[in-house]
Design a protein around this ligand. Sequence first.
Ligand SMILES: Nc1ncnc2c1ncn2[C@@H]1O[C@H](COP(=O)(O)OP(=O)(O)OP(=O)(O)O)[C@@H](O)[C@H]1O
Ligand SMILES: NC(=O)c1ccc[n+]([C@@H]2O[C@H](CO)[C@@H](O)[C@H]2O)c1
Length: 227
Amino acid sequence: MKLGRSSLRGPTQPGAQESAAPARSPPPHLVEMKYIVGIGGMTNGGKTTLTNRLLSALPNCCVIHQDDFFKPQDQIAVGEDGFKQWDALESLDMEAMLSTVQAWASSPQKFARAHGVSVQPDTSDTHILILEGFLLYSYKPLLDLYSRRYFLTVPYEECKWRRSTRSYKVPDPPGLFDGHVWPMYQKYKRQMEADGVDVVYLDGTRPREELFHRVLEDIQNALLNRT
Ligand SMILES: Nc1ncnc2c1ncn2[C@@H]1O[C@H](COP(=O)(O)OP(=O)(O)OP(=O)(O)O)[C@@H](O)[C@H]1O
Ligand SMILES: NC(=O)c1ccc[n+]([C@@H]2O[C@H](CO)[C@@H](O)[C@H]2O)c1
């Protein structure tokens, strides 16, 4: 199933636009609005922090974390840089991630219920899905599905320092940041820019609350204007 942006919206009543009457837009309260937001960007840019704040503020909002789609460790190749290629797109099962997004799109209500998200009756025509991850805009089949693509960045030194404070399921071996993580980040970002992907850059060194309010207001405006 190919999900274009337009196919993510439509009348809630099948056939509503098929009558012989002159084509008219259904009244706003009958239009189901599906809105996919990407919270992407570099490792330790603050994606999870921002995502969690948005989740608690937005109605009918589900999340899919890209990190949940890492392949098992024994399937991660060792590259020419001498490191296991955790930061390569091939280390993620992106087909499975796409299927999960499609499951949400085909029935956001069912998806929300299955994931313990309560659906608010007064806003039930609006459904939001946040995709959170470090390589959201490098997998072509997902690219057109986003209504908004955010991209968090922090300077090299800040990123390296934040990363050194974290412990991942598989701990970083010495030298991983400079030998693999940072070069891969630069490679994918360059490619994204060369492909002309339209992203909204966010400065991840700004205070958490500022980032949250900026993105929340942006999403709320887009929902109001249905853009
Ligand atoms: N706006 C901010 N200002 C300062 N520190 C922040 C900010 N946002 C997040 N942090 C801190 O930076 C670190 C990384 O944050 P977070 O886990 O949200 O990033 P991430 O992009 O999801 O990382 P990754 O996906 O690589 O694990 C955490 O220690 C977090 O507390
Ligand atoms: N979640 C994991 O299984 C895992 C294992 C090894 C490395 N990582 C790192 O996660 C970051 C993205 O959030 C990448 O920079 C990976 O290096 C994750």
